[in-house]
Every structure is written in structure tokens, then in C-alpha cells.
Design a protein around this ligand. Structure first.
Ligand code: BES
Ligand code: MN
Ligand code: ZN
Length: 506
């Protein structure tokens, strides 16, 4: 979508469709809205003053004009003024965009919501862009019949009143667009089915993105992975004909001697469970088991486009988890990159095995911080539902940054304890550790397994099993259409936009 900003001066016929956000119980704003309402002969004032339109959040009312060239005016409620925040901007902007699409209109203008309120204007504009772009996202590349009656909404003009906000608006639109593009990359790749997005194809896409966005990219092939003795990644991939890959993307925006932040993302292009096979019900959703990795790829692209002043490395172990004559088995012992061993109890607990190798590999960069993302456990979905991602950490400062970015972006996280008692559950009789910890605390014992590989580096693990795609109890947000959400891209970019060295070290 083409998004631009303009000075808010009402001129009839300049736009076919205009969206106006209004606060509950507030007077009609002066300036643009008053001018527009004059042209309408007072319709908006009548609706608002007489409480025919209450302006509760996301309530809409469409005015078809008479005798005007501006054909439609969509009013959207923003709720109470003192409860206004960035989530409401995304939500209302998304709902407005979906209405516009319903009207079969290809372009529209939005008067910036709440200009002059205490939410910073750059955030409001950024979230207007997020709401519109992310709600209109659709994944239909495998549909052969597209509805030719429906037009695409391809142009949005954001109208800004205050002169001093013009340059901010321009910059915010550009920045938000880079982030949106990253989210779309993550969503597209996560939505791709297992037969179209194999490990090889995912690696090729990452390579292609790295060329277009100025990242360094290295793909470790099957032979490199076995030469480096990454037994976790090799073991999980052994039941598949598709060779595993380790994607390494590097972005250098900081000083050459500055240590990087590393992002590690689980990418299982399809998780059948392996020999410990999953039940058939909803197994098709396991094409999304690569979402941690696809979020890392999308975030790397966004950070490169934003030219952020830091060094960042993205590491994505990619494999299928299938079953066959060469599969790894329950009872097997695998040896990871740095020599630690694990007994396999359940081949469906595969994510932690490939993360163990990838995180161990990331330590070779001596990172200032490690953040890993993975659709790791059903137990996390039981605990938190589809509302927040699980967070596990060994570093309070890094944790706080992610929690803050989570509140801010609406990609919320909730911390679980990582007390050493939980590590008792993954002790093995035959190897250093085992890959499952019994029924209790499944999300935590999975995190405890990963923690064995981070040494003393500041680390956060995000279990995105409940948030990576829209599931039964996902929140019905306008900007989260069915399928992959791209969760983590906005969260991580937000954190990295304000990145400063951590003062504490673990
Ligand atoms: N990819 C799954 C976790 C998952 C399940 C994500 C449902 C999203 C929705 C992971 O590889 C897995 O199978 N985990 C097992 C671990 C168990 C065997 C210890 C699980 O959660 O059941
Ligand atoms: Mn699994
Ligand atoms: Zn999995």
C-alpha cells in the first residue's frame, strides 16, 4: 500500500473516502472535522452531541454524503480520551481499513487519531500504518480463483493538522513501513505449507533477502552441520529426505569491535512429532512450527532497512521433523555442538534440540545478548492461552526491555520462573540431560533445557507457541488476520530501536 501524509485542510472532492476517529464524550475537534462538518451541514455534530453515535472503541458509522464530491465519511470510535493508547490506534486503524476494503474502495484518507493527546505523535502515526497494513494482509498465493470484483486498498493518506508534525509523520511512515515489510516476510514464510517451504527453500529465501537488504548471509549445509558435530540438528533431520540448514544472517550497523546482539529462531518447516508421532487433529498447523525462525528473518530485514546503529546476528536452524527408516528414536543419545549430550525421551521435543546447537553456535560471536524465539511447547499454550508469549530469562535488565517492548507493541510477554529445581526434572540416567521433563511445568523444563547451553550470556527465551498464528482463543484483533501473526518482529524491532549496552552482565 502506498502511504503518505498531507496537511489536513478540508477541500471537497480531494478524497473519495475519509476516516475520522472520535473520542467518547468529547466535543467535536476544531480544524478539519469542523470544516468537514460544515460542508455536511452539521451531520457529525448532530450524531455526536445527541449521542446517536457514542464513539465507543471501534464502533463505526458510515455517512454517505449528498451534493458533495467527498462520497463517504467513516466515523470510528476511539473510546475514552484518557484511556487512549497505541493498541487502540492499531485496533481502530485496522477496523477502519477492513471497512474500507468492504466498501470496495481502493484509496482513503485518515485524519490522524488523537493529534495533540499525550500519546506521542510518531507512535500514533506508526500504529496507524501497522493497523492498516497488518489488517489488510492476506495470504492467497495458492488460490487459483481470486475475486476480481474486490479491489485492493492500495493508497492511504494520513492527514495531519499541526505543522510541526509534518516531518515526524513522513519519517514515522517510512520507519513503520520497514517494520511492516518485516512482519509480512515473517507471516508469508510461516504461512507457507511444508511442501512449498522446505529447509532448502527457506535458506534460499533468506539468502535472497540478505542480498536485497544488505545483510551478510552464510548457509551451513548438511555436511557443515555434521562436520561441526551439531548432533541435535542432525538427529532431528535424520527422518526427513530434506537436508537441514543453519541460516546465519549478519547485520553490521555498529562499530566493528562492538559485540552483536543475536537472535535465534526455531524453524521446523513441518513437525509431525517424528517417531513419537503427533495426533492427526490440527497437525496441519505444524507448518507454522518455523515461526521463530521466520520472525528472526523478518526482524533482520526490518533492522537492516531501518539502518539501526548496532550489530545483529540472526541464526536459524531449519529442519523437518518426520519419521522414517533413518529417524532418531526415543532412547537415542545425541551430542551437541559443544559436546554436551542428551537422551531423547520424546522425538516430538525436537525444538530444544536444534536450539541447543544454534545457541551454542551463537556463543562463538561472544554476544552482548541472546534472544531466542520458538513455538516450543503446547504447555505454554495451556498456561497462557493465545494472549501472551512465555518469557524465560537469566538477566533482569534484558527481560525488562522485552517486557516493556511487549506492552508497547501489544506483543505481550509473561515471565515464568526458571528456578534450578526445574532442572532436576531433566536429569538423565544415561546422558548429561534428557529432552523432556515429565508432565509438570512443560514450558519451563523446555526452557531449562535450553538454559544449559547459554552459559553466562544475557539471554531471553520466548515461547511463541500460542501467539505465532491465530488460534482458538486469539484475541480477534483487527490487525491479526487468520494464519501467521509474525509475532516478535514488532516486539524485537521496538527493543532494538532503543538498544543500549546492558549495564549488568547476567
Ligand atoms: N512444535 C511443538 C509445540 C507446539 C504445540 C507449538 C502446539 C504450538 C502448538 C513442539 O515441538 C512439541 O511438539 N512439543 C511437545 C513437547 C513434549 C513432547 C515434551 C509438546 O508441547 O507437546
Ligand atoms: Mn514437536
Ligand atoms: Zn516443534
Amino acid at each position: 500500500m502506498n502511504i503518505s501524509s498531507e496537511k489536513a485542510e478540508f477541500k471537497d472532492g480531494k478524497f473519495e473516502t475519509v476516516v475520522i476517529g472520535l473520542f467518547e464524550g468529547a466535543d467535536l475537534p476544531s480544524g478539519y472535522v469542523k470544516q468537514l462538518d460544515q460542508a455536511l451541514g452539521g451531520t457529525i455534530e448532530d450524531l455526536v452531541i445527541n449521542r446517536k453515535f457514542k464513539c465507543t472503541l471501534n464502533q463505526t458509522h458510515l455517512i454517505y454524503t449528498r451534493g458533495m464530491k467527498t462520497g463517504r465519511i467513516l466515523l470510528i470510535g476511539l473510546g475514552k480520551y484518557d484511556q487512549f493508547n497505541t493498541e487502540k490506534v492499531r485496533s481502530a486503524s485496522g477496523n477502519a481499513a477492513l471497512k474500507i476494503k468492504e466498501y470496495n474502495t481502493n484509496s482513503y484518507a485518515v485524519l490522524v487519531f488523537g493529534e495533540g493527546c499525550n500519546v506521542p505523535i510518531n507512535d500514533i502515526i506508526q500504529d496507524l500504518v501497522f493497523g492498516a497494513e497488518l489488517s489488510l494482509y492476506s495470504f492467497d498465493r495458492y488460490k487459483t480463483k481470486i475475486d476480481r470484483e474486490k479491489v485492493d486498498v492500495d493508497k492511504l493518506v494520513i492527514l495531519v493538522n499541526k505543522h510541526e508534525n509534518f516531518s515526524i509523520a513522513k519519517r514515522s511512515i517510512i520507519a513503520a513501513t520497514s517494520v511492516v515489510d518485516g512482519v509480512k516476510v515473517a507471516r508469508d514464510l510461516s504461512n507457507m505449507p511444508g511442501n512449498y517451504c522446505t529447509p532448502t527453500i527457506l535458506a534460499n529465501v533468506a539468502l535472497d533477502i540478505s542480498r536485497k537488504h544488505g545483510l551478510a548471509c552464510k548457509i551451513l549445509e548438511s555436511r557443515d552441520i555434521s562436520r561441526l558435530k551439531m548432533g541435535g540438528l542432525m538427529g532431528v533431520s535424520s527422518g526427513s529426505r530434506e537436508p537441514p540448514k543453519l541460516i546465519v544472517l549478519e547485520y553490521r550497523g555498529g562499530n566493528t569491535n562492538e559485540k552483536p546482539v543475536v537472535l535465534v529462531g526455531k524453524a521446523v518447516t513441518f513437525d509431525s512429532g517424528g517417531i513419537s508421532i503427533k495426533p492427526a487433529d490440527k497437525m496441519e498447523q505444524m507448518k507454522h512450527d518455523k515461526s521463530g525462525g521466520t520472525t528472526v528473518i523478518g526482524t533482520m530485514q526490518a533492522v537492516a532497512d531501518l539502518k539501526l546503529p548496532l550489530n545483529l546476528v540472526g541464526i536459524v536452524p531449519v529442519t523437518e521433523n518426520l519419521l522414517g527408516g533413518d529417524s532418531y528414536r526415543p532412547g537415542d543419545v545425541l551430542t551437541f555442538y559443544k559436546g554436551k549430550t542428551a537422551e531423547i525421551i520424546n522425538t516430538d521435543a525436537e525444538g530444544r534440540l536444534i536450539l541447543a546447537d544454534a545457541i551454542s553456535y551463537s556463543l562463538d560471536y561472544k554476544p552482548q545478548a541472546i534472544v531466542d524465539l520458538a513455538t516450543l511447547t503446547g504447555a505454554c499454550v495451556i498456561a497462557l492461552g493465545n494472549v501472551a508469549s512465555g518469557l524465560f530469562s537469566n538477566n533482569d535488565e534484558l527481560r525488562d526491555r522485552i517486557v516493556r517492548a511487549g506492552e508497547y507493541t501489544g506483543e505481550r510477554v509473561w515471565e515464568f520462573p526458571l528456578w534450578k529445581e526445574y532442572s532436576e526434572q531433566i536429569k538423565s540416567d544415561v546422558a548429561d540431560i534428557k529432552n523432556t521433563g515429565g508432565r509438570g511445568g512443560g514450558a519451563i523444563t523446555a526452557a531449562a533445557f535450553i538454559s544449559e547451553f547459554v552459559e553466562n550470556y544475557p539471554w531471553v527465551h520466548l515461547d511463541i507457541a500460542g501467539t505465532a498464528w491465530v488460534q482458538d482463543n486469539s484475541m480477534g484483533k483487527s490487525y491479526l488476520p487468520k494464519g501467521a501473526t509474525g509475532v516478535g518482529v514488532r516486539l524485537l524491532t521496538q527493543m532494538l530501536q532503543n538498544w543500549k549496552k546492558l549495564s549488568s552482565n547476567s
